[in-house]
Design a protein around this ligand. Structure first.
Ligand SMILES: Cc1cc2nc3c(=O)[nH]c(=O)nc-3n(C[C@H](O)[C@H](O)[C@H](O)COP(=O)(O)OP(=O)(O)OC[C@H]3O[C@@H](n4cnc5c(N)ncnc54)[C@H](O)[C@@H]3O)c2cc1C
Length: 481
């Protein structure tokens, strides 16, 4: 990063200030013998670098790019975009590569954002970060000042740009919506090679099309993120139920009465063909005095003898997924095909849908370490226009986290096909996709998915990516793939 950019970021200035010069607009593009524009960063054609960008966490789609850009500054991305447009090459940003179906892959140029990860100064209500920063590094910086982003994903090894591009859901979403709802301002390089700042009041059409817009209009380079006071401690309760009905009844009661600060849950394989039903609630507190849990736990129908209760610092709790990651890594289960499916069911028919779908799922469909995420969530805090949820006040994430024992290509293909069939059932019943799922979508599918919001995305795409370059992995627009 140039000294000027570093100074501006450290000063915690708004994204606008960081782009005040506008000098990049005149950067000449020179083809050179190595097939690339003139850049401060590196456009690599190296086979190892390209191979590392040819797969993602899902390990289902494989597509080597022609080159990988490691930008030193956002001007590099703008220059690359104009150079790619002249050659008809597609461009996709890659954050931490945790997509599951090739959404950050392209046979054109991948922009590797991992080192575009500077963290600015923490202000009382915000922080400016580069989009390749992970949520863990953001949290570490903000906790030093007793602050936190209002919504953290369950896994913090994801990039800020990668989750804002899809929404970013976590344990606090019921209260605070998605990460995309807590952005003051974004800087982005659009598909026509412009560097623009956008917010609710400046280039608001781009702001609306970039948050949860699946990378179709621009590559996010910098984000000004909202911060709130972090609780010091978390008491976490895992409560186990005999069946789906009793779990769901208690989850709904807990949600309605706001008994927990975080409410999630899961249906877990029991290893002998059956399922375990788990409510996961967390209460935040400060100081040494533990929270009064009598109200939160009153009259719940769980098997209290099996309850697991943990008392953790807020940071330990936020990083708890890392233990699961380590477990999967130690069992060789992290780097296998992961055909995951993420959906939202309507609150009004969620139990019926879940019962019907569960009737056709076996333990083998998710594997011993897999699970089905299942909990009710209030939708009132969700505002980013391209986040699609069923139009009801309560919806249920229903996510089939498949970490299968059978990892041969035929089994994976069967699971991808099963995801498609499940999605069709969910959609017919008024449910929605969370677009990080492992199966192919056609442009018609996407038009139906975005429904009344489709014109917003389509028109922004025409304005900001007229050459149809960006993020082909979703197959959102005709001729994109
Ligand atoms: C173990 C695991 C846990 C997860 N937990 C959660 C969770 O709790 N909550 C949740 O919401 N999701 C979760 N996900 C899904 C995850 O949020 C998405 O897959 C996310 O897109 C991954 O972020 P990434 O940085 O790895 O992005 P990548 O996979 O690198 O990219 C994802 C998409 O965003 C685009 N993109 C990346 N960076 C930018 C940028 N700077 N500007 C514009 N577009 C960009 C890419 O082109 C691609 O289309 C999880 C996934 C895994 C594998």
């Amino acid at each position: 990063m140039s000294p000027d950019r570093r100074t501006l970021l450290r000063a915690g200035l708004g994204v606008t200030a960081a782009f005040a010069s506008g000098a990049h607009m005149n950067t000449p593009i020179h083809a050179n013998p190595n097939d690339g524009p003139r850049l401060k960063g590196e456009l690599s054609h190296d086979g190892t670098v390209r191979a590392a960008a040819a797969d993602d966490f899902g390990r289902i789609v494989h597509k080597p790019p022609r080159a990988v850009l490691r930008p030193a500054e956002s001007e590099d991305i703008a220059t690359l975009m104009r150079w790619a447009a002249e050659r008809g090459l597609k461009v996709a940003a890659r954050g931490q590569g945790h997509s599951t179906y090739g959404r950050a892959l392209t046979d054109g140029v991948v922009v590797d954002m991992r080192e575009f990860n500077r963290i600015g100064d923490v202000k009382a209500d915000r922080i400016v970060v580069e989009a390749g920063a992970t949520w863990q590094s953001v949290l570490d910086a903000t906790l030093a000042r007793g602050l936190t982003p209002p919504v953290l994903t369950n896994y913090l090894g994801l990039s800020v740009g990668g989750t804002i591009a899809i929404g970013g859901i976590g344990g606090m979403s019921s209260r605070h919506g998605m990460q995309a709802d807590h952005v003051f301002e974004l800087s982005a390089v659009t598909g026509d090679g412009r560097e623009l700042t956008c917010s609710a009041t400046e280039n608001s059409d781009l702001f609306d099309a970039i948050r949860a817009g699946l990378g179709q209009c621009g590559i996010i380079t910098r984000a000004s993120l909202r911060l709130v006071r972090a609780p010091e401690r978390v008491r976490r309760y895992q409560l186990f139920y005999r069946d789906l009905a009793s779990l769901t009844t208690d989850q709904r009661r807990a949600l309605a009465a706001k008994r927990f600060d975080q409410l999630q849950g899961a249906i877990l394989p029991d290893g002998s063909g059956g399922w375990r039903y788990q409510l996961e609630g967390a209460i935040f507190y400060n100081g040494d005095t533990a929270p009064d849990e009598s109200t939160a736990l009153a009259d719940l129908a769980d098997d209290r003898g099996k309850a697991v209760i943990a008392d953790l610092s807020y940071r330990e709790d936020a990083l708890a997924f890392a233990k699961f990651e380590n477990l999967l890594r130690s069992k060789g289960q992290w780097s296998i095909p992961q055909p995951w499916l993420f959906t939202f069911l309507r609150g009004s028919n969620a139990e019926q849908m879940a019962r019907e779908i569960m009737g056709g799922l076996s333990n083998a469909d998710v594997g011993p370490f897999g699970r089905i995420t299942w909990y009710p969530m209030q939708t009132e805090a969700f505002r980013a226009p391209l986040v699609r949820l069923p139009d009801e006040s309560v919806v249920f994430p229903f996510n089939v986290i498949r970490i299968p024992s059978d990892t041969d290509a035929a089994s994976t293909a069967r699971m991808v096909a099963a995801n498609r069939a499940l999605y069709d059932r969910v959609r017919k019943a008024g449910g929605m996709l969370y677009p990080v799922s492992a199966f192919a979508m056609s442009p018609d599918d996407w038009r139906e998915h975005f429904g009344p919001r489709w014109p917003l995305l389509r028109d922004a795409r025409r304005r900001y990516d007229p050459h149809n370059l960006l993020t082909p992995g979703y197959n959102l627009f005709q001729g994109q793939a």
